[in-house]
Design a binder for this molecule. Structure first.
Ligand code: SF4
Length: 213
């Protein structure tokens, strides 16, 4: 079945099976979500959520990250791994926000991706979940499930994002990508996808092939 034919049923099934999706990083404002998303690279959201309450209390504004000595920032985030690079990213981010955006996180993709270390995936996480502006978050799960379903043949996350943008109604971008992320974590895992019990099996190229259908 062509992607344009099956996207409708797939969207309906995702709504049925994943009605309560949300980003699993804890945050109360766009800056906190931006910082948490940076810390979530190569780290679980659960671990990030253990570190961020104290971090957000100590550094409530972009200027605080900009002014913080690197060793102090590293100490505050070391449990999330890769803390040398992440501390540098947070400081550079704080400086850019303070200098160019008056300390506020901008609410547009074009401006977000100009911030140091911020790619389209992170920008879309912040847009979709902190600003309520539709954003397609193509992380490893969303990319893998999209490919297996046959919605894209692209490998590059940005190309996958653009393929999905043409298929999925804009108002569903955030929920759709969150639903694929949740599905990728729970059922369509990288090494052992649970195709026999998967609600999307009827519309999935990979699953149909794996099941010999
Ligand atoms: Fe993933 Fe298998 Fe479901 Fe397809 S049928 S989405 S490969 S778990």
């Amino acid at each position: 079945m062509e992607p344009a034919q099956k996207i409708g049923p797939i969207l309906k099934l995702l709504e049925t099976h994943y009605p309560q999706v949300h980003v699993t990083l804890d945050f109360t404002n766009p800056l906190e979500l931006l910082v948490a998303t940076i810390l979530s690279a190569q780290c679980t959201d659960e671990r990030v959520n253990k570190v961020t309450p104290a971090l957000f209390k100590k550094y409530p504004a972009a200027a605080h990250y900009a002014q913080a000595p690197l060793p102090e920032l590293e100490q505050a985030i070391y449990q999330t791994g890769f803390y040398h690079n992440k501390a540098k990213s947070l400081k550079a981010l704080g400086q850019a926000l303070a200098e160019k955006f008056g300390g506020q996180v901008p609410a547009s993709l074009e401006e977000l991706v100009k911030l140091p270390g911020i790619g389209r995936k992170t920008a879309n996480v912040v847009l979709g979940n902190a600003f309520g502006i539709p954003g397609l978050m193509v992380d490893t799960h969303c990319g893998r499930v999209s490919q297996r379903l046959g919605l894209t043949i692209a490998k590059d996350p940005v190309k996958i994002e653009f393929d999905l943008m043409t298929l999925v109604p804009q108002e569903r971008w955030t929920r759709f990508s969150l639903q694929l992320i949740w599905h990728g974590r729970a059922i369509c895992t990288a090494r052992n996808p649970q195709c026999p019990g998967c609600p999307l099996l009827s519309y999935c190229d990979y699953g149909q092939q794996a099941m010999g259908q």
